[in-house]
Design a binder for this molecule. Structure first.
Ligand SMILES: NC(=O)c1ccc[n+]([C@@H]2O[C@H](COP(=O)([O-])OP(=O)(O)OC[C@H]3O[C@@H](n4cnc5c(N)ncnc54)[C@H](O)[C@@H]3O)[C@@H](O)[C@H]2O)c1
Length: 488
């Protein structure tokens, strides 16, 4: 067995059927990020009708500080990120005890694999009129597999990619490496099946109890992908959906996320109208949602962040240019949605200043910096732009988040205890973390020392219930919200 840097101290771990459980198919997960680490747990958790574990899972990471730290966490039976989902943590703990989940940074481990799930990142560069995509890291990841995998093994790509990437990039990369080894180009099977995983309280369930789309580069690959997914996903309740080509499956992923991004951007302008016309847009949206055809209309908020929604709507235009040599397919709706969503935290800051006055010289307490509720992921978080813009306008911004201790993007250390509100001129609720939704904000403010006379509370994401806003007003606070007219 090849052992890498990170698995070397694994000898004291229990194993149910020998060191590497060679009787079980080996599944390598390439990339142990927010998707790969959770997918590794879901695959390791898969059992047959007798409750026996079906796979031996090996997470494979880059030999970088972040990669080593993620692999070490898995080898110690921990999820590498804040895990708000007990089910996911239990799956990791039980797989650790069973000995069918480990991680390494050692590439040769792919030589043992029957299946590889690709969960590496793919970024979009959006600093010009034409977004671009550097495929070199993705290509390198696929070429590694082509150099190592045995004939007959399956590569299932979960990375979100420009439509056409499997056919135009992954398949040729694999084929070139296989040919160099004297193997037929299609001796390794290639499939695409994207993740709809949702980090948060239902992290694990969003992988195993959720609908899945997949497609194969060949029929044989599609069949192998279906057979694998049928063992990991609860297909009795959530049947798989096979599409005709990997390009169709890739398109489904970016279409889904583009639809959501456009839906969010669409409601933005209505927020401004509601604020100006003394309407509560949340009340309006609730009414509209009663109509089944409109039940998923979005609502006003603080902004859009995370790794997916800020970039995925840009992939179709990238695909048209890369694979069709067509720069006229500009996708203006998607493009403008990305821009509107990106500006949302500044729009929030502008409204805050419109009702509270200029923030220059004032202290703001920003509650919530993760990109969404109950996660510790700060990638492309709207709080970053809010923080930078408010600071540039002269405000002192004190930040808090129950899940983030070090805010990588700004270099700030974040205290775990709620800061004293007495030191703030304005308290900004930015993210609807459970902690903020469940805390008694009125109690917190009324016990602040020294007593907070007339604090200004601004709710950017419908964190406070109606009755809490009223209680705060009863204490003498001024409370306003994004998406609501003044005093609502
Ligand atoms: N985060 C989400 O909620 C989510 C949801 C659905 C889909 N996705 C998509 O899934 C993909 C992965 O997203 P993520 O959030 O897990 O990213 P991430 O950045 O958290 O994790 C990716 C990991 O891959 C590792 N990596 C990079 N190259 C590698 C290589 N050659 N070999 C081994 N490891 C390598 C990196 O070190 C990193 O740890 C992206 O395409 C993303 O758009 C993400």
């Amino acid at each position: 067995m090849q052992q890498g840097l990170v698995v070397a101290n694994r000898t004291d771990r229990p194993s149910r059927s020998g060191e590497d459980m060679p009787d079980k198919p080996i599944v390598c997960i390439q990339g142990l990020g927010f998707v790969g680490a959770a997918m590794a747990a879901a695959v390791a958790d898969a059992v047959n009708g007798s409750g026996e574990r079906l796979f031996s899972v090996i997470g494979v990471e880059l030999d970088t500080p972040a990669g080593r730290s993620r692999a070490t966490a898995i080898n110690e039976g921990r999820f590498p990120f804040h895990c708000p989902d007990d089910r996911l943590q239990t799956a990791i703990t039980e797989a650790y005890r069973a000995g069918n989940l480990r991680a390494t940074t050692d590439e040769p481990v792919y030589e043992q694999a029957d299946i590889v799930v690709v969960d590496v990142p793919l970024d979009v560069r959006d600093d010009s009129d034409d977004p671009t995509c550097d495929l070199s890291g993705f290509e390198a990841a696929i070429r590694t597999l082509g150099r190592r995998l045995r004939p007959g093994s399956l590569v299932m790509i979960e990375t979100t990619v420009p439509p056409g990437t499997c056919a135009n990039v992954a398949a040729p990369c694999l084929a070139a490496e296989l040919r160099a080894r004297g193997l037929p180009p299609e001796s390794v099977l290639l499939a695409h099946s994207y993740e709809r995983v949702m980090p948060g309280p239902d992290y694990f369930e969003s992988i195993v109890n959720y609908w899945r789309v997949y497609a194969g580069h060949t029929d044989e690959a599609a069949d192998a992908c279906e057979a694998f997914l049928s063992k990991v996903v609860n297909v009795a309740d959530y049947p798989l959906r096979r599409l005709r080509s990997t390009t169709a499956s890739e398109t489904a992923k970016v279409l889904e996320n583009s639809y959501r991004a456009v839906n969010i951007a669409f409601i933005e302008e209505w927020g401004r109208l509601a604020e100006a016309m003394d309407v509560d847009l949340f009340e309006v949206v609730e009414a509209v949602r009663d109509r089944p055809t409109h039940s998923n209309i979005r609502q006003p908020g603080f902004g859009v962040g995370g790794y997916c929604l800020p970039k995925d709507p840009l992939f179709p235009a990238v695909a048209a240019r890369l694979f069709l040599d067509n720069d006229r397919m500009a996708f203006p709706f998607s493009r403008s949605a990305v821009e509107i969503n990106r500006r949302m935290p500044v729009t929030n800051l502008d409204r805050l200043e419109a009702v509270f006055g200029p923030v220059g010289g004032k202290t703001l307490l920003l509650l919530g910096i993760a990109y969404r509720s109950d996660v510790d992921d700060t990638r492309s978080a709207p709080a970053e732009l809010f923080y930078r813009e408010a600071s540039a306008r002269g405000a002192r911004v004190i930040c808090h988040d129950p899940y983030v201790r070090r805010w990588e993007e700004t270099g700030l250390e974040i205290p775990s205890a709620l800061p004293n509100p007495a030191h703030a001129d304005a308290i900004v609720f930015a993210v609807p973390h459970r902690m903020y939704r469940e805390m008694d904000v009125a109690e917190w403010l009324s016990h602040a020392s020294p007593f907070v006379a007339n604090p200004f509370v601004y709710d950017c994401d419908n964190v406070l219930e109606d009755d809490m806003r009223e209680r705060l007003r009863g204490l003498g606070c001024r409370v306003e919200s994004t998406g609501r007219g003044l005093g609502l």
